[in-house]
Design a protein around this ligand. Structure first.
Ligand code: SF4
Length: 385
């Protein structure tokens, strides 16, 4: 039976349909009609490199990503600073955007498209690197100095530590003096206007190299509202309210791209952002409930090769061989030359992607009808005793 697919054309310049974007179906990401599985990596300074004229390193990185089988890269779509001498700064002041830096981002999107890689684009940093939320707070302080009556109210907390420090040397100043705290990024209405104006500018931009509006470009996997947003509120309510407001705004001007909160950790609580859900900690707890071990040998081998502090002193498991050339994928299961469990059938027959959530294998989507999460695997041995 033929299935009619109604394509919603999004713009004359791309001809992209809604199905060209990555979208969510229940608990699965989908591209076209197939579940979207990906290997991803951070490469945050791509726009900075391009804007400073180092386009070669951008091309090199995408080439390397291709060789490694990486299909999604997370890279900054922000740089907030008053340093007018740095061509990579994206926003010098609220509403004052730097075209050379934006062209750097255009270039990164072009190269991503040419290399078949999707980009996840964070819009602001919670940490002080590349300006971050505190740069908005600084601008707010300057605006208030120019208009004293328009200053934000005093902070409710009397004692605050000077810095919040995270792994890898990241940090942000909790207070820039008086009421000008990192927290007001989430609560101050003028900062909210500045930030949503910035996000709207990006969404509505037309790429000078591809002619494609960002809103219409499936090369963008999604917008990440912020990199690792944190606040002093242990209940999470402050960040939650901000995420909800910004997500509603973005969904209103960009109906297709994924929106990610950028938070750290797994939040497995069905009632997110309650004090219980946060376990009264300063940040999302690292719950791993409901995270199931994969069944397929390829996925198990990948997990076994992740370094862990508890295995210190032992040899790291490695998957033999290299990722196959995309132009010469092995016959049968593409993983078979590297799989320790491969049998003759693996060399000849491509395993079907099936859902094992409800026990016996079934086509994707059927086992989840009762509400269970999908547990997809493509392997001849999964489900066999
Ligand atoms: S189908 Fe065969 S080669 Fe592929 S992962 Fe399963 S056991 Fe290994």
């Amino acid at each position: 039976m033929a299935v009619a697919v109604v394509s919603v054309l999004l713009g004359s310049s791309t001809g992209a349909s809604a199905q060209d974007f990555i979208y969510r179906s229940r608990d699965t990401l989908v591209a076209g009609t197939q579940p979207f599985f990906f290997l991803g990596a951070n490469a945050y300074p791509l726009m900075v490199s391009a804007a400073r004229g180092d386009t070669q390193s951008v091309r090199d990185l995408f080439g390397m990503a291709n060789a490694l089988g990486i299909t999604v890269i997370r890279t900054w779509a922000f740089y907030d600073s008053s340093d007018s001498l740095d061509p990579a700064v994206l926003q010098f002041r609220p509403g004052n955007y730097n075209e050379p830096a934006l062209r750097g981002l255009d270039y990164v999107l072009l190269q991503a498209r040419l290399h078949g890689i999707r980009l996840l684009l964070p819009l602001v940093n919670s940490w002080d690197d590349f300006g971050g939320m505190n740069q908005y707070v600084r601008w707010r302080r300057e605006a208030a100095a120019a208009d004293n009556a328009n200053a934000p109210g005093p902070a409710e907390r009397s004692e605050v530590p000077p810095y919040v420090r995270g792994p890898g040397g990241r940090q942000y100043r909790v207070s820039l003096g008086g009421p000008y705290e990192h927290d007001i990024f989430y609560t101050d209405s003028l900062i909210q206007v500045w930030f949503t104006n910035f996000a709207a500018m990006l969404v509505r931009r037309t790429n000078t190299l591809t002619g494609i509006r960002y809103v219409d470009d499936p090369t963008i996997a999604g917008w990440e509202l912020a990199n690792e947003p944190r606040s002093s509120d242990p209940t999470g309510t402050m960040v939650y309210k901000w995420v909800r407001a910004v997500a509603q705004f973005l969904r209103g001007i960009d109906p297709h791209h994924l929106l990610a909160t950028g938070e750290e950790g797994f939040d497995v609580c069905p009632d997110p952002y309650t004090a219980t859900g946060y376990n009264n900690q300063g940040w999302l707890f690292d719950g791993t409930a409901d995270v199931r071990l994969p069944s397929a040998p390829s996925a198990r081998a990948l997990l076994a090769s992740v370094p862990e502090a508890s295995r210190r002193g032992t040899r790291l498991a490695a998957i033999p061989g290299t990722v196959p050339d995309a132009a010469h994928v092995p016959a049968g299961c593409a993983f078979h030359p590297r799989c320790p469990l491969a049998v003759e059938r693996c060399r000849q027959e491509v395993p079907a992607l099936l859902d094992y959530a409800a026990g016996p294998a079934s086509p994707p989507g059927t086992a989840t009808a009762g509400g269970d999460s999908a547990h997809l695997a493509a392997c001849h041995l999964v489900g066999r005793s």
